[in-house]
Structure formats: C-alpha cells, structure tokens
Design a protein around this ligand. Structure first.
Ligand code: AHR
Length: 524
C-alpha cells in the first residue's frame, strides 16, 4: 500500500539543493475506506519515581510557594489537561518492583531509598491518594504497575482492595479515614515491569507462573468496573527483537492461549527506546544532521519490532483480544552535563518532535493490535512533555506534537497511499515524508504529514475521495535547527504555527517546511 522505498532519485542523492524547488509528494486518501480505531491510550504517559519526574515535576507539597492544589502544581496540571492525557502509568518502571504502597499512605510516611535511580531517599509524600488526585485533576485514568519482583500477591491484592473496593472492609475504612471514602477507578494494571531484568531477572516460564497468580488474585472490586470499563491486565512483554525477546512473547502468548477461567490477561507490554546503542551516548542538544538522521533511522525500527511481535501474538490470539501496549518508548540520550546520571535528564528538541510523530504514526498504522503506549517520561525525565526548574516550567517540542495529535484520539484510521520519496544523509536513507489520516469521533477528516528532510520543503498534493472537501486548515511545528529546543528563557522557539492549505476540485495542497510536523483538518 505505501511504497516508502520508491521515489529515490539520483538528483536527490547528489545535490544538497537548498535552492531547488520543493519536492512534490502525492497522497491519496479515500475517506470511505476505514480501518481500526486509534485507541486514545496510545497517547498515554509514564510517570516514575525517578529524578524530578514526580517530586518538583508534579508534587511540590501544599506549603510550597509554587501555586498548587493539594500539593500538585497548577501550571503542570493546566498544561497536561490541554493534551488530554488518557492514562498515566505509575509508580514505575524499575521503581515499581521495589515499591511498597503502604509506606506512602496516611499521616505517617516512611522515608525509603530509591536504589535504581540515583540512590536518593524517597520521601513517600506522593503515594496512592496523591497520584489519584493528580490524575483526577488532569482528567486521566490510572495505569498501576504492581510489584511482582520484590512484593507478594497478597501485598498487590490488598493494594487493589484498598483502592477499588466499596464494601466496608478494614482496608476500605482505612482509605476513607485517609480522605477517600469512594472507590478509585483503576483502568489498567501492569503485572510487573521488565521482569526479565530490573523487575526480577526472571525466565519467561518463571514469569508466566507469577503472572497467573497475580492475574488471579489481584482483583478490581470497583462496582462500576465489573461489567463495563473492566480493568485491563497487562503482562510483561518483550524489550527488543532478538531470540530472547521472541521467546518471551511466545511463552506468554502460548500460556494465554491455554488460559482457563481462573486467570486472564488483556495486554502484553513492549518496551523500545530509541537509543542506537547502550549506554546512551547521543546528545539531546548540540548535534547536527548526522545524529538527526541516525536517530530517526533508529526510531523507525519500531515498526518492524511491532510487526515481529504482533505476528507471534497472531499465532496464539488471531482475534487480537490481547493488546500490544508499548508502555515505554521515546528517545534516550546521554544525561545533560552536570546532572545526576541517575535522574535521566535530557533536553527535548525538534528532532524529538519528529521522532514522536513517526512513532505515533506507527502505532496508528498498527491500531488493530497496538491499543496503548506510554511515552517515557512525562516530566523532567527522558523524552518529557514538560521541563521544570523550581517555579519555572517550559513545554517541549514533544508536548506540542501530543497537543496537535489530540484529534486522533479514538479516531478511525483511514489508509493513506503515497510514494514517500527519499531523504538521504551520508549512508542513512529515510522516507522523505510520513503521513496518516483519520476520521474523528465527529466524522471530521484529519491528516498528519511529517517532512523528515531537514533541508528541503515538500509540496503535498492529496487526492481526497469519499468526502466533499471545501477547505482545510491546520498547524505546523518546525524550528530553525534540528536541535532547536525550548528553554525557560526562550520558550517559543519550537511551537506550532498556523499553516495554509488549499482545497480545489477534491485535491488538498499545502507546502511543508523542512523538518516539520503538520496536522490539518478538512472541512466539508
Ligand atoms: O524509563 C526508565 C526505565 O527504563 C524504566 O524504569 C525501566 O522500566 C526501563 O528500563
């Protein structure tokens, strides 16, 4: 359908050509041909107790001079509301498998350690109630990862009873005494995190035996979640594409195929960072076209990885009942000089905006199987939406991509056919453009087009069938350099701007700036 590998011409290869006329790319969209729903959960976020992700990023405490509501900073809540975060995965990450929920409820909090991330102390002032208050303030749902590595099924099942039960048990009375008489909703439950590594170094078979026990006993008692809105249980899945990872997916999915009435899973997690090689050495700012093109090449490997694991899942689950949930993804670069290396602090550039758009488009094209994803991580850690420093806050280029993609949440995928052309730099060859289309819940047609080429504009001519189009309008995100960033002093270097588009005789035309992400809607 998409011929990404064609359209390669010698002229494009040999001439740097900033002075050449814009390249032309033709797209063909038939709005009457629809695909799967793009689950809004692919726009999920991940917030781990890591560096300043939670403390300072979300939680400042009610005594803080930073404006807050019950300790949760108002500026961050306002920004996150605008991108309609569907769910937040918490408390980890590796942290989750060393987290003991009782230490962070009630008036007396235990101070513990965070050995995974910088070896700092964990005040536990942000616990279950504070997390639930936070997601309520931003309008998101809870994706709770329970501790399989160093916890017990009893600890996890009691946590779920504490959070979700309505009957007057001792735990429910304790929750009420701590300020929340009504049950919390838990939409998603992660049964461990990276159990093949930081989550306990388990073999696939050992993990499956644990997963069955947790699936059986870690129940959601919320009366509103018994028939509709049932909690989805997500098993640990692969973290790469070699035999180690395909074996893992095989083992979990084979067990799923043979599951009995007493246990079930609804999702398989997958983690895939864009890192090129470990330890992460690419810098997050101060790089050029070589690193830009290499990182984008690496990020496009997400597509093959999803296809590989989806094919295994198809063998055991042809009806696609089990979702693939890419609950950790994003660019992972070298820590910023002077930062605590355990805090995973990095800048966020225009390159990250393009990386995010490419991944979101991959998820959308796999919408029949990929029904959830969580970018790592929401604030101050890795590929963040938001960076804070005490009272200051800045929104990143990635944040603006998530904002531009809001109309794609729960929209219906519409296939786009195009010859992507080719952008080359050194020995890296990439598709010049990428694109997806979808019809939103009100029936409006939306189109996203990314121009990966950092040097040349692209003229888009999109044939629109199955719709009588009258006009189109939208926004584009670009900046002077591939490593342009927003800072506290210059917060508007990478922000979306309006773009003009023309519709005539069933054809949409618009010109894309080099290295840009563009979203347009079509009026009928
Ligand atoms: O996101 C940082 C870490 O990356 C997570 O804690 C872990 O799950 C993964 O290895």
């Amino acid at each position: 359908m998409r011929s990404l590998l064609v359209g390669f011409t010698l002229a494009v290869m040999c001439i740097p050509a900033p002075t050449l006329a814009a390249q032309k790319v033709e797209l063909s969209i038939d709005a009457s041909k629809t695909g799967a729903k793009i689950d809004r959960n692919i726009f999920g976020q991940f917030a781990e107790h890591l560096g300043h992700g939670i403390y300072e990023g979300i939680w400042v405490g009610s005594d803080s001079k930073i404006p807050n509501t019950r300790g949760i900073r108002n500026d961050v809540v306002g920004a996150l509301k605008a991108i309609k975060v569907p769910n937040v995965r918490w408390p980890g990450g590796c942290f989750a498998d060393e987290y003991h929920w009782r230490k962070s409820i009630g008036p007396q909090r235990s101070v513990t350690l965070n050995p995974n991330w910088g070896g700092v102390t964990e005040a536990n002032t942000f616990g279950t109630h504070e997390f639930m208050d936070f997601i309520d303030q931003i309008g998101a749902e809870a994706y709770i990862s329970v501790n399989v590595g160093s916890g017990t099924p009893q600890e996890a099942s009691e946590w779920l009873e504490y959070m979700t039960a309505a009957a007057p048990t001792t735990l429910v009375k304790e929750r009420a005494a701590n300020g929340h008489p009504t049950p919390y909703k838990v939409a998603l439950l992660g049964i461990g995190n990276e159990s093949w590594d930081c989550g306990g170094n388990m073999t696939p078979d050992y993990y499956v035996s644990q997963m069955k026990i947790y699936s059986r006993f870690v129940r959601n008692f919320n009366p509103a979640q018994q028939d509709k809105q049932q909690m989805l249980k997500i098993a640990v899945g692969p973290g790469g594409d070699g035999p180690r990872w395909t074996d893992w997916t095989e083992t979990v999915m084979k067990a799923y195929q043979q599951h009995t009435w007493s246990w079930d899973i609804n999702g398989l997690s997958m983690h895939n960072y864009t890192v090129v090689h470990w330890p992460p050495s690419y810098t997050s700012v101060g790089f050029g076209e070589t690193e830009y093109s290499q990182i984008l090449k690496s990020t496009l490997e997400m597509d093959g990885l999803i296809s590989k694991h989806s094919a295994i899942m198809d063998k055991y689950d042809p009806d696609k009942k089990v979702a693939l949930i890419v609950d950790e993804w994003g660019g992972w670069y070298a820590p910023l000089p002077g930062s605590n290396p355990g805090f995973l602090v990095q800048q966020n550039s225009l390159r990250d905006a393009i990386l995010a758009a490419l991944n979101l488009n991959i998820f959308a094209r796999h919408a029949d199987r990929v029904r959830g994803a969580n970018i790592a991580q929401m604030i101050n850690v890795l590929q963040a939406m938001i960076i804070t420093d005490k009272a200051k806050m800045v929104l990143t280029p990635t944040y603006y991509v998530f904002k531009m993609y809001v109309p794609f949440q729960d929209a219906t995928f519409i296939p786009v056919t195009f010859d992507a052309g080719r952008y080359t730099h050194g020995d890296v060859a990439l598709p010049r453009v990428d694109a997806i289309a979808a019809k939103d819940t009100n029936g409006k047609l939306w189109l996203e087009i990314t121009n990966l080429d950092p040097n040349e504009p692209v003229e888009i001519e999109a044939g629109l069938a199955g719709i009588t189009a009258k006009s189109a309008s939208g926004e584009t995100l670009t900046a002077p350099k591939v490593d342009s960033v927003n800072t506290f002093d210059a917060a508007n270097t990478v922000v979306p701007k309006p773009i003009s588009a023309t519709v005539q005789a069933g054809k949409l035309t618009l010109k894309l700036e080099p290295k840009s992400v563009t979203v347009v809607s079509v009026e009928r």
